[in-house]
Design a protein around this ligand. Structure first.
Ligand SMILES: Nc1nc2c(ncn2[C@@H]2O[C@H](COP(=O)(O)OP(=O)(O)OP(=O)(O)O)[C@@H](O)[C@H]2O)c(=O)[nH]1
Ligand SMILES: [Mg+2]
Length: 367
Protein backbone atom coordinates (compact mmCIF):
# COMPACT_ATOMS: atom_id res chain seq x y z
CA UNK A 1 0.00 0.00 0.00
CA UNK A 2 1.31 3.42 -1.03
CA UNK A 3 0.86 6.00 1.79
CA UNK A 4 1.41 9.75 1.23
CA UNK A 5 0.94 12.96 3.19
CA UNK A 6 -0.52 16.06 1.54
CA UNK A 7 -0.74 19.65 2.79
CA UNK A 8 -2.80 22.46 1.28
CA UNK A 9 -4.49 25.72 2.30
CA UNK A 10 -7.91 24.02 2.51
CA UNK A 11 -9.60 20.62 2.37
CA UNK A 12 -10.84 21.01 -1.20
CA UNK A 13 -7.38 21.65 -2.56
CA UNK A 14 -5.88 18.90 -0.43
CA UNK A 15 -8.47 16.43 -1.73
CA UNK A 16 -7.68 17.48 -5.28
CA UNK A 17 -3.97 16.82 -4.67
CA UNK A 18 -4.79 13.39 -3.22
CA UNK A 19 -6.87 12.44 -6.24
CA UNK A 20 -4.27 13.79 -8.67
CA UNK A 21 -1.47 11.80 -7.04
CA UNK A 22 -3.27 8.60 -6.01
CA UNK A 23 -6.39 8.43 -8.20
CA UNK A 24 -10.08 7.91 -7.34
CA UNK A 25 -9.43 4.73 -5.32
CA UNK A 26 -7.39 6.63 -2.70
CA UNK A 27 -8.40 6.05 0.91
CA UNK A 28 -8.11 8.85 3.45
CA UNK A 29 -6.35 7.60 6.60
CA UNK A 30 -6.24 10.84 8.59
CA UNK A 31 -6.97 14.55 8.31
CA UNK A 32 -5.80 17.42 10.50
CA UNK A 33 -5.25 21.17 10.78
CA UNK A 34 -1.74 22.62 10.60
CA UNK A 35 -0.58 24.95 13.37
CA UNK A 36 0.28 27.74 10.92
CA UNK A 37 -3.02 27.38 8.97
CA UNK A 38 -3.97 24.95 6.27
CA UNK A 39 -4.76 21.26 6.47
CA UNK A 40 -3.01 17.96 6.04
CA UNK A 41 -4.30 14.65 4.73
CA UNK A 42 -2.67 11.27 4.97
CA UNK A 43 -3.95 9.05 2.18
CA UNK A 44 -3.16 5.65 0.77
CA UNK A 45 -3.93 3.59 -2.27
CA UNK A 46 -3.82 -0.14 -2.72
CA UNK A 47 -1.82 -0.61 -5.97
CA UNK A 48 -3.88 -3.70 -6.88
CA UNK A 49 -7.08 -1.64 -6.89
CA UNK A 50 -5.83 0.87 -9.43
CA UNK A 51 -4.22 -1.82 -11.53
CA UNK A 52 -7.38 -3.88 -11.54
CA UNK A 53 -9.41 -0.87 -12.68
CA UNK A 54 -7.01 -0.24 -15.56
CA UNK A 55 -7.00 -3.81 -16.80
CA UNK A 56 -9.64 -5.32 -19.05
CA UNK A 57 -11.35 -8.28 -17.38
CA UNK A 58 -9.77 -11.58 -18.30
CA UNK A 59 -10.31 -15.29 -17.94
CA UNK A 60 -8.28 -17.34 -15.43
CA UNK A 61 -4.81 -17.85 -16.94
CA UNK A 62 -4.75 -20.83 -19.30
CA UNK A 63 -8.56 -21.10 -19.29
CA UNK A 64 -8.55 -21.76 -23.06
CA UNK A 65 -6.89 -25.13 -22.54
CA UNK A 66 -8.73 -26.20 -19.35
CA UNK A 67 -11.18 -29.06 -19.05
CA UNK A 68 -14.57 -28.00 -17.64
CA UNK A 69 -13.56 -29.52 -14.22
CA UNK A 70 -10.27 -27.60 -14.12
CA UNK A 71 -12.08 -24.46 -15.17
CA UNK A 72 -14.54 -24.99 -12.29
CA UNK A 73 -11.66 -25.26 -9.75
CA UNK A 74 -10.06 -22.11 -11.15
CA UNK A 75 -13.49 -20.50 -11.03
CA UNK A 76 -13.93 -21.29 -7.29
CA UNK A 77 -10.58 -19.71 -6.49
CA UNK A 78 -11.33 -16.73 -8.70
CA UNK A 79 -14.68 -16.37 -6.89
CA UNK A 80 -12.99 -16.27 -3.48
CA UNK A 81 -10.41 -13.74 -4.68
CA UNK A 82 -13.23 -11.65 -6.11
CA UNK A 83 -15.16 -11.66 -2.85
CA UNK A 84 -12.13 -10.48 -0.87
CA UNK A 85 -11.40 -7.78 -3.42
CA UNK A 86 -15.06 -6.67 -3.51
CA UNK A 87 -14.95 -6.22 0.24
CA UNK A 88 -11.83 -4.06 -0.01
CA UNK A 89 -13.42 -2.02 -2.77
CA UNK A 90 -16.59 -1.57 -0.75
CA UNK A 91 -14.61 -0.06 2.12
CA UNK A 92 -12.59 2.12 -0.26
CA UNK A 93 -15.76 3.30 -2.03
CA UNK A 94 -17.38 4.18 1.25
CA UNK A 95 -14.38 6.28 2.28
CA UNK A 96 -14.15 8.05 -1.09
CA UNK A 97 -17.89 8.75 -0.87
CA UNK A 98 -17.67 10.33 2.57
CA UNK A 99 -14.77 12.50 1.39
CA UNK A 100 -16.67 13.51 -1.73
CA UNK A 101 -19.73 14.31 0.39
CA UNK A 102 -17.60 16.59 2.57
CA UNK A 103 -16.04 18.24 -0.44
CA UNK A 104 -19.00 18.78 -2.77
CA UNK A 105 -22.02 18.92 -0.47
CA UNK A 106 -20.64 22.13 1.06
CA UNK A 107 -20.31 23.89 -2.30
CA UNK A 108 -23.69 25.36 -3.23
CA UNK A 109 -22.92 25.60 -6.96
CA UNK A 110 -22.21 21.87 -7.40
CA UNK A 111 -24.08 20.32 -4.43
CA UNK A 112 -27.32 19.67 -6.42
CA UNK A 113 -25.32 17.96 -9.16
CA UNK A 114 -23.44 15.89 -6.58
CA UNK A 115 -26.71 14.69 -5.01
CA UNK A 116 -28.25 13.99 -8.41
CA UNK A 117 -25.28 11.88 -9.56
CA UNK A 118 -25.35 10.03 -6.22
CA UNK A 119 -29.01 9.22 -6.81
CA UNK A 120 -28.09 7.95 -10.26
CA UNK A 121 -25.61 5.64 -8.47
CA UNK A 122 -22.59 6.97 -10.30
CA UNK A 123 -19.43 5.67 -8.59
CA UNK A 124 -17.99 8.19 -6.10
CA UNK A 125 -14.62 8.30 -7.88
CA UNK A 126 -16.36 9.21 -11.16
CA UNK A 127 -18.53 11.86 -9.48
CA UNK A 128 -15.34 13.45 -8.22
CA UNK A 129 -13.87 13.40 -11.75
CA UNK A 130 -17.06 14.82 -13.23
CA UNK A 131 -17.46 17.65 -10.72
CA UNK A 132 -13.85 18.52 -10.04
CA UNK A 133 -13.16 22.08 -11.22
CA UNK A 134 -16.59 22.20 -12.86
CA UNK A 135 -17.12 25.66 -11.44
CA UNK A 136 -13.52 26.60 -12.14
CA UNK A 137 -12.09 29.51 -14.13
CA UNK A 138 -14.42 30.75 -16.83
CA UNK A 139 -17.53 29.91 -14.76
CA UNK A 140 -20.12 29.42 -17.47
CA UNK A 141 -22.79 26.83 -17.80
CA UNK A 142 -22.28 24.11 -15.19
CA UNK A 143 -24.81 21.72 -16.71
CA UNK A 144 -23.38 22.19 -20.17
CA UNK A 145 -19.92 21.36 -18.88
CA UNK A 146 -21.18 18.32 -17.02
CA UNK A 147 -22.94 17.07 -20.17
CA UNK A 148 -19.72 17.44 -22.17
CA UNK A 149 -17.77 15.48 -19.54
CA UNK A 150 -20.39 12.74 -19.46
CA UNK A 151 -20.43 12.40 -23.23
CA UNK A 152 -16.65 12.12 -23.27
CA UNK A 153 -16.78 9.24 -20.78
CA UNK A 154 -19.70 7.37 -22.38
CA UNK A 155 -18.04 5.42 -25.13
CA UNK A 156 -20.41 3.94 -27.74
CA UNK A 157 -19.98 1.13 -30.26
CA UNK A 158 -19.12 2.47 -33.69
CA UNK A 159 -20.71 -0.54 -35.45
CA UNK A 160 -18.96 -2.64 -38.06
CA UNK A 161 -16.43 -0.94 -40.34
CA UNK A 162 -17.52 -0.25 -43.95
CA UNK A 163 -15.24 -2.84 -45.55
CA UNK A 164 -16.06 -5.62 -43.08
CA UNK A 165 -16.71 -9.05 -44.64
CA UNK A 166 -20.33 -10.31 -44.70
CA UNK A 167 -22.07 -12.00 -43.13
CA UNK A 168 -21.42 -10.33 -39.81
CA UNK A 169 -21.89 -12.86 -37.03
CA UNK A 170 -23.06 -11.34 -33.73
CA UNK A 171 -23.53 -13.56 -30.68
CA UNK A 172 -25.32 -12.22 -27.62
CA UNK A 173 -23.87 -13.66 -24.44
CA UNK A 174 -24.74 -12.92 -20.81
CA UNK A 175 -26.25 -14.13 -17.56
CA UNK A 176 -29.62 -15.88 -17.35
CA UNK A 177 -32.81 -13.95 -17.95
CA UNK A 178 -31.25 -10.59 -18.88
CA UNK A 179 -33.14 -10.44 -22.19
CA UNK A 180 -30.75 -12.02 -24.73
CA UNK A 181 -33.41 -13.81 -26.80
CA UNK A 182 -35.77 -10.84 -26.76
CA UNK A 183 -32.90 -8.53 -27.79
CA UNK A 184 -31.88 -10.89 -30.63
CA UNK A 185 -35.49 -10.66 -31.87
CA UNK A 186 -35.49 -6.85 -31.57
CA UNK A 187 -32.15 -6.58 -33.41
CA UNK A 188 -33.37 -8.96 -36.11
CA UNK A 189 -36.54 -6.93 -36.65
CA UNK A 190 -34.68 -3.65 -36.65
CA UNK A 191 -32.01 -4.79 -39.13
CA UNK A 192 -34.32 -6.80 -41.39
CA UNK A 193 -37.34 -4.51 -41.48
CA UNK A 194 -35.82 -1.05 -40.93
CA UNK A 195 -32.36 -1.40 -42.47
CA UNK A 196 -33.41 -3.98 -45.09
CA UNK A 197 -30.53 -6.34 -44.33
CA UNK A 198 -30.74 -10.08 -44.93
CA UNK A 199 -30.79 -11.49 -41.42
CA UNK A 200 -30.35 -15.11 -40.33
CA UNK A 201 -30.89 -16.45 -36.83
CA UNK A 202 -29.12 -19.22 -34.91
CA UNK A 203 -29.88 -20.40 -31.42
CA UNK A 204 -27.27 -22.26 -29.40
CA UNK A 205 -29.73 -22.55 -26.52
CA UNK A 206 -30.61 -26.22 -26.63
CA UNK A 207 -30.46 -26.37 -22.84
CA UNK A 208 -34.24 -26.06 -22.66
CA UNK A 209 -36.60 -27.07 -25.48
CA UNK A 210 -38.72 -23.98 -24.93
CA UNK A 211 -35.69 -21.71 -25.32
CA UNK A 212 -34.92 -22.80 -28.91
CA UNK A 213 -38.64 -22.66 -29.70
CA UNK A 214 -38.78 -19.05 -28.41
CA UNK A 215 -36.38 -17.89 -31.16
CA UNK A 216 -37.96 -20.16 -33.79
CA UNK A 217 -41.29 -18.43 -33.16
CA UNK A 218 -39.73 -14.98 -33.65
CA UNK A 219 -38.00 -16.29 -36.80
CA UNK A 220 -41.32 -17.59 -38.19
CA UNK A 221 -43.14 -14.31 -37.47
CA UNK A 222 -40.44 -12.27 -39.21
CA UNK A 223 -39.94 -14.86 -41.95
CA UNK A 224 -36.23 -15.26 -41.16
CA UNK A 225 -34.30 -18.47 -41.60
CA UNK A 226 -33.59 -19.84 -38.12
CA UNK A 227 -31.20 -22.67 -37.22
CA UNK A 228 -30.60 -24.58 -34.01
CA UNK A 229 -27.06 -25.73 -33.15
CA UNK A 230 -26.03 -27.86 -30.17
CA UNK A 231 -22.24 -27.90 -30.61
CA UNK A 232 -19.35 -26.22 -32.45
CA UNK A 233 -19.67 -28.39 -35.53
CA UNK A 234 -23.40 -27.67 -35.89
CA UNK A 235 -22.78 -23.98 -35.24
CA UNK A 236 -20.15 -23.76 -38.02
CA UNK A 237 -22.52 -25.64 -40.36
CA UNK A 238 -25.43 -23.31 -39.53
CA UNK A 239 -23.27 -20.23 -40.25
CA UNK A 240 -22.14 -21.75 -43.57
CA UNK A 241 -25.78 -22.45 -44.50
CA UNK A 242 -26.66 -18.79 -43.80
CA UNK A 243 -23.75 -17.48 -45.92
CA UNK A 244 -26.13 -15.35 -48.03
CA UNK A 245 -27.14 -13.26 -45.03
CA UNK A 246 -25.70 -9.81 -44.23
CA UNK A 247 -26.09 -10.34 -40.51
CA UNK A 248 -26.36 -13.57 -38.51
CA UNK A 249 -27.64 -13.11 -34.96
CA UNK A 250 -26.76 -15.86 -32.52
CA UNK A 251 -28.75 -16.43 -29.33
CA UNK A 252 -26.88 -18.26 -26.57
CA UNK A 253 -27.86 -20.05 -23.40
CA UNK A 254 -27.87 -17.85 -20.30
CA UNK A 255 -25.00 -18.75 -17.99
CA UNK A 256 -24.24 -17.80 -14.42
CA UNK A 257 -21.12 -15.63 -14.30
CA UNK A 258 -19.98 -17.85 -11.42
CA UNK A 259 -20.01 -21.02 -13.48
CA UNK A 260 -16.65 -21.01 -15.26
CA UNK A 261 -17.18 -24.57 -16.57
CA UNK A 262 -20.34 -23.68 -18.48
CA UNK A 263 -18.79 -20.47 -19.74
CA UNK A 264 -15.78 -22.41 -21.10
CA UNK A 265 -18.16 -24.80 -22.86
CA UNK A 266 -20.04 -21.96 -24.56
CA UNK A 267 -16.77 -20.32 -25.53
CA UNK A 268 -15.59 -23.55 -27.15
CA UNK A 269 -18.77 -23.70 -29.27
CA UNK A 270 -18.46 -20.07 -30.37
CA UNK A 271 -14.77 -20.61 -31.23
CA UNK A 272 -15.89 -22.93 -34.06
CA UNK A 273 -16.71 -19.74 -36.02
CA UNK A 274 -13.73 -17.43 -35.48
CA UNK A 275 -15.46 -14.40 -37.03
CA UNK A 276 -18.08 -14.45 -34.25
CA UNK A 277 -18.30 -11.07 -32.52
CA UNK A 278 -19.70 -11.28 -28.99
CA UNK A 279 -21.84 -8.60 -27.36
CA UNK A 280 -22.38 -8.85 -23.62
CA UNK A 281 -25.98 -8.35 -22.47
CA UNK A 282 -26.47 -6.89 -18.97
CA UNK A 283 -29.64 -5.94 -17.13
CA UNK A 284 -29.45 -2.32 -16.00
CA UNK A 285 -31.29 -2.90 -12.68
CA UNK A 286 -28.37 -4.99 -11.38
CA UNK A 287 -26.08 -4.06 -8.47
CA UNK A 288 -22.87 -2.39 -9.58
CA UNK A 289 -20.68 -5.00 -7.86
CA UNK A 290 -22.58 -7.88 -9.52
CA UNK A 291 -22.25 -6.24 -12.93
CA UNK A 292 -18.55 -5.83 -12.38
CA UNK A 293 -18.18 -9.52 -11.49
CA UNK A 294 -20.20 -10.45 -14.59
CA UNK A 295 -17.97 -8.33 -16.80
CA UNK A 296 -14.94 -10.09 -15.42
CA UNK A 297 -16.37 -13.58 -15.95
CA UNK A 298 -17.59 -12.85 -19.46
CA UNK A 299 -14.32 -11.10 -20.31
CA UNK A 300 -13.18 -14.44 -21.75
CA UNK A 301 -15.58 -13.84 -24.68
CA UNK A 302 -13.70 -10.60 -25.50
CA UNK A 303 -17.02 -8.78 -26.05
CA UNK A 304 -16.93 -5.90 -28.50
CA UNK A 305 -19.75 -4.06 -26.80
CA UNK A 306 -22.18 -3.98 -23.89
CA UNK A 307 -25.95 -4.08 -24.36
CA UNK A 308 -27.95 -2.79 -21.39
CA UNK A 309 -31.52 -4.10 -21.06
CA UNK A 310 -34.52 -3.34 -18.84
CA UNK A 311 -33.81 0.39 -18.56
CA UNK A 312 -37.57 0.75 -18.01
CA UNK A 313 -37.27 -1.10 -14.70
CA UNK A 314 -34.97 1.42 -13.02
CA UNK A 315 -34.47 5.16 -12.73
CA UNK A 316 -30.75 4.95 -11.88
CA UNK A 317 -28.46 4.68 -14.90
CA UNK A 318 -25.11 5.31 -13.20
CA UNK A 319 -24.19 1.63 -13.49
CA UNK A 320 -23.89 2.11 -17.28
CA UNK A 321 -21.31 4.86 -16.86
CA UNK A 322 -19.51 2.95 -14.10
CA UNK A 323 -19.15 -0.22 -16.17
CA UNK A 324 -18.22 1.55 -19.42
CA UNK A 325 -15.41 3.43 -17.68
CA UNK A 326 -14.34 0.39 -15.66
CA UNK A 327 -14.22 -2.03 -18.60
CA UNK A 328 -13.32 0.30 -21.45
CA UNK A 329 -15.99 -1.48 -23.57
CA UNK A 330 -18.48 0.66 -25.47
CA UNK A 331 -22.29 0.44 -25.31
CA UNK A 332 -24.03 -0.62 -28.53
CA UNK A 333 -27.74 -0.92 -27.71
CA UNK A 334 -30.21 -0.20 -24.93
CA UNK A 335 -33.57 -1.85 -24.43
CA UNK A 336 -36.37 -0.27 -22.45
CA UNK A 337 -39.35 -2.60 -22.53
CA UNK A 338 -40.65 -6.00 -23.56
CA UNK A 339 -42.11 -5.01 -26.92
CA UNK A 340 -40.43 -6.51 -29.97
CA UNK A 341 -39.22 -4.62 -31.98
CA UNK A 342 -40.13 -1.20 -30.56
CA UNK A 343 -38.21 -1.12 -27.28
CA UNK A 344 -34.72 -1.04 -28.75
CA UNK A 345 -32.47 1.99 -28.96
CA UNK A 346 -29.07 2.37 -30.62
CA UNK A 347 -26.75 3.80 -27.96
CA UNK A 348 -25.48 7.33 -28.54
CA UNK A 349 -23.32 9.49 -26.30
CA UNK A 350 -26.08 12.13 -26.24
CA UNK A 351 -28.82 9.67 -25.31
CA UNK A 352 -26.78 8.12 -22.53
CA UNK A 353 -25.64 11.48 -21.14
CA UNK A 354 -29.23 12.77 -21.18
CA UNK A 355 -30.32 9.87 -18.97
CA UNK A 356 -27.72 10.82 -16.38
CA UNK A 357 -28.42 14.56 -16.37
CA UNK A 358 -30.83 16.21 -13.91
CA UNK A 359 -34.43 16.05 -15.18
CA UNK A 360 -36.04 18.97 -16.96
CA UNK A 361 -37.64 21.40 -14.57
CA UNK A 362 -34.41 21.82 -12.66
CA UNK A 363 -32.01 24.35 -14.25
CA UNK A 364 -31.37 22.54 -17.52
CA UNK A 365 -29.28 22.36 -20.60
CA UNK A 366 -29.68 20.61 -23.92
CA UNK A 367 -27.27 17.71 -24.34
N1 LIG B 1 -39.04 -4.76 -18.66
C1 LIG B 1 -38.28 -5.33 -19.59
N2 LIG B 1 -38.30 -6.65 -19.74
C2 LIG B 1 -37.51 -7.20 -20.70
C3 LIG B 1 -36.65 -6.42 -21.51
N3 LIG B 1 -35.97 -7.26 -22.33
C4 LIG B 1 -36.42 -8.50 -22.03
N4 LIG B 1 -37.34 -8.46 -21.05
C5 LIG B 1 -38.06 -9.57 -20.43
O1 LIG B 1 -37.17 -10.34 -19.66
C6 LIG B 1 -37.60 -11.70 -19.64
C7 LIG B 1 -36.46 -12.60 -20.07
O2 LIG B 1 -36.16 -12.33 -21.43
P1 LIG B 1 -35.38 -13.35 -22.37
O3 LIG B 1 -35.15 -12.67 -23.67
O4 LIG B 1 -36.06 -14.66 -22.40
O5 LIG B 1 -34.02 -13.45 -21.53
P2 LIG B 1 -32.77 -14.41 -21.83
O6 LIG B 1 -31.57 -13.65 -21.47
O7 LIG B 1 -32.85 -14.91 -23.24
O8 LIG B 1 -33.06 -15.58 -20.80
P3 LIG B 1 -32.35 -17.04 -20.76
O9 LIG B 1 -32.31 -17.53 -22.17
O10 LIG B 1 -33.25 -17.83 -19.88
O11 LIG B 1 -31.01 -16.83 -20.18
C8 LIG B 1 -38.81 -11.78 -20.58
O12 LIG B 1 -39.96 -11.70 -19.81
C9 LIG B 1 -38.66 -10.53 -21.44
O13 LIG B 1 -39.89 -10.06 -21.95
C10 LIG B 1 -36.63 -5.00 -21.31
O14 LIG B 1 -35.92 -4.22 -21.95
N5 LIG B 1 -37.47 -4.51 -20.33
MG1 LIG C 1 -32.88 -16.87 -23.97
Amino acid sequence: MKVKRFTAPDMTQAMREVRKALGPDAVILATGRLAGGGVEITAAVEPGLARERDQAPSAPPGAETMTPEQAKGAGDLAELTRQVRDLGQMVARHLVLSEATQEFAGRPEVAPLFHHLRQQEVAPGLIAQLLDDLAGPGGGNLLGRLAIRLKKMLNVYPGPGPGQARPLVWALVGPTGVGKTTTVAKLAASHALKHRLRVGLITLDTFRIAAAEQLMVYGRIMDLETKVAANGEEYARAVAELAEADLILVDTVGRSPRDQGNLAELRAILAAVPETVCHLVLACPTRDADLKATLESFGCFAPQSLIFTKLDETSAYGVILNQVVHSGWPVSYLTCGQRVPDDLETATREGLARRLMPPRGEPQVAV
